[in-house]
Design a protein around this ligand. Structure first.
Ligand SMILES: [Zn+2]
Length: 212
């Protein structure tokens, strides 16, 4: 089975026919697809300016899409290396990481579905590498109550997702399944029980009562 880099060479090789070059880019997504295969394809095509169904896109656009994917992959591989190093050091020191990060990390093995987008047409608009950098910095700080990619609080609990975990917090604004480790236990519980908006409204009411 061809690896990501040899597929990337196929995409760039001007001697290949366009159908093969496009096919090779799609195959790259079997190695690395942060939003999942379909949503990542939709994202790359939209940003590079060709239709996802276009069988013979402009080669320069095809290469632009590959450039974006490769940059994001480099960001993710650097994070994976840091993660593995940190894990080794902690093991050596007899420390245990909170299970929640490990559990999440296992599900994103190989960079598939790091920020799963359940609806292939709804995904963040920013470059993939920028989105992954935001996600990684959220994973590396204390948990909060916002979407790590778009800062929205509009997060709802979704059942029957098509990628593991099969239920979880989904950002209604940018479309990603929010990795659980970036949310506090309290935020997760509010999202899960659907009590999030009343809680926020209550906080807002308390604030306005204080300032009245
Ligand atoms: Zn979001």
């Amino acid at each position: 089975m061809a690896g990501f880099r040899s597929l990337a060479r196929q995409v760039r090789d001007p001697h290949n026919d366009l159908a093969l070059r496009r096919y090779s880019l799609r195959k790259c997504l079997e190695r690395f697809a942060p939003y999942g295969h379909r949503a990542t394809w939709d994202h790359l095509c939209t940003r590079a300016g060709f239709d996802p169904e276009d069988r013979s896109p402009d080669p320069a656009r095809l290469e632009a899409a590959l450039d974006e994917l490769e940059e994001a992959r480099a960001v993710w591989l650097a994070y994976e290396r840091d993660f593995a190093d940190r894990r080794k050091r902690e093991k050596h020191d007899g420390l245990r990481r909170p299970g929640v990060i490990d559990d999440w990390h296992r599900l994103t093995w190989g960079g598939h579905g790091i920020a799963w987008c359940e609806d292939p047409a709804v995904h963040p608009g920013a470059p993939l590498a920028a989105v992954l950098r935001r996600l990684i910095s959220a994973l590396e700080r204390e948990p909060g109550d916002l979407c790590p990619v778009c800062d929205s609080t509009d997060i709802t609990w979704k059942q029957e997702l098509t990628h593991e975990p099969f239920s979880g917090p989904l950002c209604e604004h940018c479309g990603i399944v929010v990795p659980r480790p970036v949310l506090t236990a309290e935020a997760l519980m509010q999202i899960r029980t659907g009590n999030r908006r009343p809680a926020l409204l209550a906080a807002a009411a308390a604030m306005s009562a204080l300032s009245a």
